[in-house]
Design a protein around this ligand. Structure first.
Ligand code: HEC
Length: 255
């Protein structure tokens, strides 16, 4: 048919109708998603990091089985003030949570944040499925203080991590020298004795790094080893330290 058969006004009206239909279809989809999940889970924490990147944190009921994660990035969609916000999503061992950090700083704290999350098929170490907090919608209530500067920085072993391992030195350093030595090279190369062959540190993969498991009292895969051992005089490592070690591994376990 010749294009002139459609006068400009008719085309304009048709377009508006199509847009309304699209918008309506979008809303219907949202409602369906919301009713499908018993409770829409809001992030336990929404915050801006010191460098104005957006941070969201959902608390998980247990440690996840890394083998069931698949492409986690594809399962999480974040919109801040309606705009798709790209970033990194990862499970954080130290806090047993799912974390989203935007790749770029936002110009200002968003007034609304919408998250579509599909955790279907993700299971815990103990084999339970993790309930999908689908289609969570949350409004920016209080712009929180930056929680800490951990995710906003890149850790280096020599400057940031080695000093945190000082409480381990009485056993793993001279004169007792219980293996593994907690030096950069040893941590990158040594393997677990308790779980033969298991790497202590897998660069960019905290969920497969045994070093972290032995520091978490409730991790199902620590196989009896808890560091520092309960009989030692040293206190368990504080959360800040665990987050730093995990961040160091996630960012590539740099020297
Ligand atoms: C009181 C002494 C003592 C202290 C303090 C101590 N460790 Fe250990 N550590 C041991 C002993 C003994 C082993 C070997 C036996 C075992 O695996 O349970 C060990 C084993 C390990 C292993 C290897 C686990 C494996 O799978 O083979 C790592 C990693 C480790 N320690 C890290 C640390 C870290 C990090 C600290 C400080 C937070 C620390 N340890 C503090 C005594 C200690």
């Amino acid at each position: 048919m010749h294009p002139s058969a459609y006068p400009p006004q008719r085309v304009a009206i048709a377009c508006v109708l199509a847009l309304i239909t699209l918008a309506y279809a979008g809303c219907a989809e949202d409602l369906k998603g919301a009713s499908a999940s018993a409770e829409a889970l809001s992030p336990a924490l929404m915050s801006m990091l010191a460098d104005n990147r957006l941070l969201l944190r959902w608390t998980l009921p247990d440690y996840v089985d890394p083998g069931t994660l698949g492409d986690l990035g594809q399962r999480v969609e974040i919109l801040s003030d309606g705009a798709r916000t790209y970033g990194r999503t990862y499970p954080e061992l130290a806090t047993r949570s799912l974390v989203f950090v935007s790749s770029f700083p936002l110009e200002r704290p968003p007034e609304s944040v919408r998250a579509n999350i599909e955790l279907d098929g993700i299971r815990t170490y103990r084999g339970r499925s993790i309930e999908p907090p689908t289609s969570a919608q949350a409004s920016w209530a209080v712009p929180l203080e930056p929680p800490d500067d951990h995710p906003a920085r890149t850790y280096r072993f020599a400057d940031d991590i080695a000093p945190l391992l000082a409480p381990c030195a009485p056993c793993h350093g001279a004169p007792r020298n219980i293996p593994p030595a907690l030096t950069y090279t040893a941590l990158r190369e040594a393997r677990s004795k308790r779980v033969p062959g298991a790497p202590l540190v897998v660069s960019r993969d905290p969920l497969r790094s045994r070093l972290l498991f032995v520091l978490l009292p409730d991790h199902p895969d620590r196989r009896g080893t808890l560091m520092p051992p309960p009989y030692a005089e040293a206190h368990p490592l504080p959360l800040d330290t665990l987050l730093a070690i995990e961040g160091w591994i996630r960012d590539g376990a740099l020297p």
